[in-house]
Design a protein around this ligand. Structure first.
Ligand code: PHE
Length: 340
């Protein structure tokens, strides 16, 4: 190859290698443009002797092609570098922000309450059972001494699945019946689970919520046992020696029945917004198991007696953390949930 042409190719190669996007355009003009040496050579071919014409013409064209493709390659590699840099700057780095360190999930505050209440009762000798959320009228009402057309049914209107036979359970109390059907006394069990009521939701009501049922049946079980267990529970769960009081109440499946209040832990009984200035907060319903319930599961109601209690898991969680709207539990709002 002609020395001059070879020199041009080498020089161009060096400059192209180090060029950025802007200078690459200048090099294109410099080596391939109208005023470039190669174009000049091609233009002046007529001045060359015939034997050199073809040779030099071919070499100059070849040189142009080489330089042109080098410029193209450089352009592509510059574009790739720029693109990579841009991607690097803009892309979501999944490896870093998502998986490393992996954001750990946590239990829902209501589930956490159920777990810690279960652990407390386990330490008091209770076992843990679960029952179905779809119940028959028998388990949810009849066996619990709530006959058809009894006004007590009004307090727990539910969602019926078919002709008044299958329904969504309104409380965890059917768990009492399932347990007693399966086991002979002594029985000591808690039944946590989801329950449903046909009612509009507001700050303190929800059509879906959770309860924890408790049941103990044996010979010689008295109200004193019930009181002792519930007081122990309150002290352990709220981690404070709060006073507990039993107020007479009414449930079809317990007799006598009581509502349990505990001293307001926000004002220590002095009276505040949470306890509506009474100093007391209602936390659960309870009582001695009604003989008709024992009879429904074919227990000897002369020989055995027992106590039962039921509490709302959302309510207890709200009390523990001072949450004033039950709907917050169901909105899936991470800002709220991450606090627990
Ligand atoms: N099942 C009752 C309710 O949902 C609570 C309860 C349970 C009361 C056990 C007494 C005994 O209101």
């Amino acid at each position: 190859m002609n020395d001059d042409i070879e020199q041009i190719i080498n020089k161009a190669a060096k400059e192209i290698k180090n060029a950025d996007v802007a200078s690459l355009e200048n090099l294109k003009v410099k080596y391939l443009g109208k005023k470039s040496v190669l174009t000049q050579i091609l233009k002046s071919l007529s001045h060359y002797p015939v034997e050199n014409k073809k040779k030099i013409g071919t070499q100059a064209n070849k040189a142009k092609n080489i330089i042109e493709s080098e410029i193209e390659n450089r352009k592509i590699s510059l574009r790739k570098t720029l693109f990579d840099e841009k991607i690097q700057k803009e892309k979501l780095d999944y490896s870093k922000s998502f998986y490393f360190p992996f954001p750990k999930g946590s239990f829902h505050p209501v589930i956490e309450t159920i777990q810690s209440i279960s652990a407390i009762f386990k330490s008091l000798g209770f076992s843990i059972a679960e029952g179905p959320e779809i119940e028959t009228d028998w388990y949810n009402f009849e066996a619990l001494n709530i006959p058809k057309n009894h006004p007590a049914r009004d307090m727990q209107d539910t969602f019926y699945i078919d002709e008044m036979k299958n329904l969504l359970r309104t409380h965890t109390s059917p768990g009492q019946i399932h347990t007693m059907e399966k086991h002979q006394p002594p029985v000591k069990v808690i039944v946590p689970g989801r329950v449903y009521r046909n009612e509009a939701s507001d700050a303190s009501h929800s059509s879906t919520f959770h309860q924890i049922e408790g049941l103990a049946v044996n010979e010689n079980i008295t109200f004193v046992d019930l009181k002792a267990v519930l007081m122990d529970f309150v002290h352990k769960f709220f981690e404070a020696k709060l006073s507990v009081r039993f107020r007479p109440s009414y449930f079809q499946f317990t007799e006598p029945s009581a509502e349990v209040d505990m001293q307001c832990m926000f004002c220590k009984g002095k009276g505040c917004k949470v306890c509506k200035n009474s100093g007391w907060i209602e936390i659960l319903g309870c009582g001695m198991v009604h003989p008709n319930v024992l009879k429904a599961v074919k227990y000897d109601s002369d020989k055995y007696m027992g106590y039962a209690f039921g509490m709302g898991a959302e309510r207890i969680t709200m009390l523990k953390y001072g949450i004033d709207d039950i709907r917050l539990f169901y909105e899936n709002d991470l800002q709220f949930l991450k606090q627990f």
